[in-house]
Design a protein around this ligand. Sequence first.
Ligand code: ARG
Ligand code: ZN
Length: 870
Amino acid sequence: MSQAIAKKRLDYQAPNYLINEVDLVIELDPTDTIITSTLKCETSPHAISSNAGVASEQDLILDGEDLKLISVFLNGSAFTNYRIEEGKLVIPQAELAQLTDFTLQIKNSVDPINNGSLEGLYLSNEAYCTQCEAEGFRKITYFLDRPDVLSVYTVTIIAEKAAFPHVLSNGNLVEERDLADGKKLVKWHDPFKKPCYLFALVAGNFDKLSDSFTTMSGRQIQLELFVDKGKASQGHHALASLKKAMKWDEDVFGLEYDLDIYMVVAVDFFNMGAMENKGLNVFNSKFVLADSNTATDDDFFNIESIIGHEYFHNWTGNRVTCRDWFQLSLKEGLTVFRDQQFSADMFSYLATRISQVKVMREHQFAEDAGPMSHPIRPDEVIEMNNFYTVTVYDKGAEVIRMLHTLLTADGFRRGMDLYFERHDGQAVTCDDFVNAMQDANEVNLDHFKLWYSQSGTPRVKVESGLESGSKELNFTQRTNPTADQADKRALYLPIKVECLERSGRKIDLNLNNDTFVLDKANASVTVPSEDFVPVLLSDFSAPVILDYPYSLEDYLLIMTFSSSDYSKWDASQALYSSLISELYHNESVELSTSVWGKLEAALRQACNNYELLNEMLTIPSVESLTQGFEFSEPLKLSAARSAFLVQMQENLQDFLLEIMANTAQKSYEYTKVQVNERRVLSAVLQLLSYSKTPEMAAQLEKRFNSADNMTDKLTMLKASQICSVELFEKLMLSFESEYLENAVVMDKWFALHATTKSNDILSKLTLLASHRQFNLRNPNKVRSLVGSFAFYNTDGFHAIDGSGYQFLTDYLLELDPINPQIAARLVTPLIQYKKFAKSHQEMMVMQLKRLLNRANLSKDLYEKVSKSLT
Ligand code: ARG
Ligand code: ZN
């Protein structure tokens, strides 16, 4: 692996050259697109003052990857004194020595149709599109491909007129005219300086939806949404979401949109969710297209949240961007936090918060416990694409949330205002952000900053001790060493605490905002009571694992009396986990009937709050249960979880049937009330399906056939997957024939098949991979089929003979040369082998070694696989 060299955060150096203006002329062609790039460059003041290094350090080194160079001109004259080194174009310093300003013109070509990496310029179905973050611009032309080089772009695109009615780039349209040979020329200009990762180009034949938004200062912004032909009616929710996001950012942060036009394009081939290119967002079509027939309630929710996310980047990411990629959380952690607040305001706090906490506990804690552990601001990176992680994004958002908690909403807003006042138009660091928060609030955040540099999940152990008559809660924090860092320090942790007497009465603890700040290894709180139950870490006030010796009675008390719905849910999950763990250690145990009666009583209290009831009726996933064990036996754990569900169903049947009877089918609307009703019904039907009775199967079939929306259809499919194989197969066939032509919907179908418990799951998967809607080059398909299998089919993936591991590995070997980014995402369940029992570990390691031995393994896979094997 000659190219697999780690870059280090502390090696950062400012650029030696600046590129102030970029003029691109792009002549589109599927195999031979020609790019002429004219760069107005300047020797950076930094380069002149720091003359310490050797001369070659001052060479102008332009990144490039998979490019064919055609010609170079310097200040108008043909120039041949360049070198190509490892794909990069090097202009020797000697050639630039006398110049402070110069113009470089570079002509090169690229091959979009054969670009399976979906990075740089590629074709999605018939449309051209680009993806440049993090380092994809270098796959379009030679450039200083780093986020601290900011330029004004003018982009001219030449395309066939008939095939490409819509030809788009960032900023404002300045010219459009016909050329000879059925071609046309379209020119865009973006007045805002930006890093090249925010460049975008799209050309295709779309349906267009238009709307407008009037900003708080009265400017009219044109909004345009581009979707595949015939799908315009599925774009309304996305467009409405965009307007809500624009309004919300004005109301909450005083941030107004800056250009006169905002465009969003949906494409089917996309490596991630969406991309915030200036004025021209590109979206994975599954996060745009929605109507009640094709999208679930969750899809509607996710679309609003991701549309919001990309819109919010216009300020947190675009107007103020990252100095270098180690600072990624500067824009991502902050923007995720902003989209989370937006979702909570638009939909509801509880369900939104719970889904975020599940991501942290199921995925981020696992990442931190595995070979890819890194701080939210990483120190070392081989392939940047590997660091678009749950740590940088979601833990990053948790860190911002703690600031918000500590400074309050007003203080946080003051910090944001100062951040923009200081840094608008700049490329800055995470420290710059925290300093703005600190200075605006006159607090010292030095200790808090440790959250940016320390990886790992802190464990907070809480014990109650009797101290001279009064009781105390003693807190101890400890972060175990992680793969990347041996030594850990005590962090600054805000912990929400409530104490309940056995009667359920709340005890006053005299804490500011009910929050106890643990800022050293140990500290304690005095509780004026002899016998109480502490409710700890409400709202997940810090991203930590909490450890307190609760009894089942304690959990039930919290579920009944806590003042926080979040904590009621949290206690229910802990209760289920401990019962499942009992079954895990002793398969044949019949849980005591008294538990069920008390559980039912606690659940009944939530019957007037369907949002909460649904959450309390949802049992922790195998993935989240796995985190609670040292060397888990995945098959045993999955069996224990199923056994628990069977017993729960038997013991709560009357209660569940009662809820089922109380929820009537209504004609579909995406409203909070209806969503919560459908969710409760879904939870109840899935639980009841563990009875596996013909009556239940008949009930599901009837409901499937009369469903008027995708949410209910999917509920019935999931329930039938539990209830009856025959019914499941039957309904899946009918679903397939109804939605065969809809790529986004068929992803759900592939995912359901891939998560089925079945002895011949691998031959099923192989058959599905030859389905006409399947395509190895399409990330959505790969994620639905192979990703769902590896991440969520415990019984199949962890099959006792290792065949699941082998299946994934075979697949990755095939995918890696085409799309390394996706291959590296899918390897995650394999590299986290250390949390499983020895026999599984050995088989997983064997497959990882197969990967590592492959010649020409991508940097992406190499980084993850090699780390996992050390
Ligand atoms: N900035 C984009 C977003 O969060 C995601 C870009 C992901 N890039 C990547 N190489 N995985 O909205
Ligand atoms: Zn983002």
